[in-house]
Design a protein around this ligand. Structure first.
Ligand code: GLN
Length: 191
């Protein structure tokens, strides 16, 4: 199995590093033809408006959307979660999203850069607490009934959600020491 990491902008290298450490093959996705060789996709954190623009200019938006509709497993982190979401609050009018994960996210819902923070999360299916880094994170303000909430923040708001092969989180799992969240995604691609 090879996991593609969308490599137009943002934290894609750190995701590949995590996958390397787990012994999982990965590939950078910059052009539509790169999708042919991958079985799953990570959409990293960064800036969702910029990524939306680059998805259009690279010609990747529609082919990614098609693969997602066909059931390719996908993991969106932070800006990646915004791109997967069904609905965005405080987005830019021209930003596009794939709409495959039934959540409403509020961009920068946890505040600006200065309000970035770290937290220890209890995650369903993971024994140890998971260290989570939030950077200008989106806040999940609505979760569809069919979704599982795997972790919530100290206020009780969901920060890690799953719907079948689709995983999304508000934080940056590629920036902490452990591999728990990447392992969850890799395991979920096996079904
Ligand atoms: N606030 C960013 C956005 O709107 C996301 C931040 C992140 O990915 N760290 O895209």
């Amino acid at each position: 199995m090879t996991i593609g990491v969308l490599a137009l902008q943002g934290a894609f290298r750190a995701h590949r590093h995590k996958l390397d450490e787990l012994g999982v093959d990965s590939a950078e996705i910059r052009l539509p033809e790169h999708l042919d060789d991958v079985d799953a996709l990570i959409v990293p954190g960064g800036e969702s408006t910029t990524m939306s623009m680059l998805l259009e200019s690279s010609g990747l938006f529609d082919p990614v959307a098609e693969r997602l509709t066909a059931g390719m497993p996908v993991f969106g982190t932070c800006a990646g979660l915004i791109l997967l979401s069904k609905s965005i609050e405080d987005g830019r009018a021209d930003q596009r999203n794939f709409g495959v994960l039934d959540v409403t996210v509020k961009r920068n819902g946890y505040g600006r850069q200065v309000a970035s923070f770290e937290d220890e999360l209890t995650v369903c299916g993971v024994d140890e607490p998971v260290h989570a880094v939030f950077i200008r994170a989106p806040q999940i303000v609505h979760v569809g009934d069919a979704l599982e909430v795997l972790a919530s923040d100290h206020r009780g708001d969901p920060v890690l959600v799953r719907h079948g092969h689709i995983l999304g989180c508000c934080f940056h799992p590629e920036l902490s020491e452990d591999h728990a969240i990447h392992r969850l995604f890799v395991e979920s691609t096996a079904y």
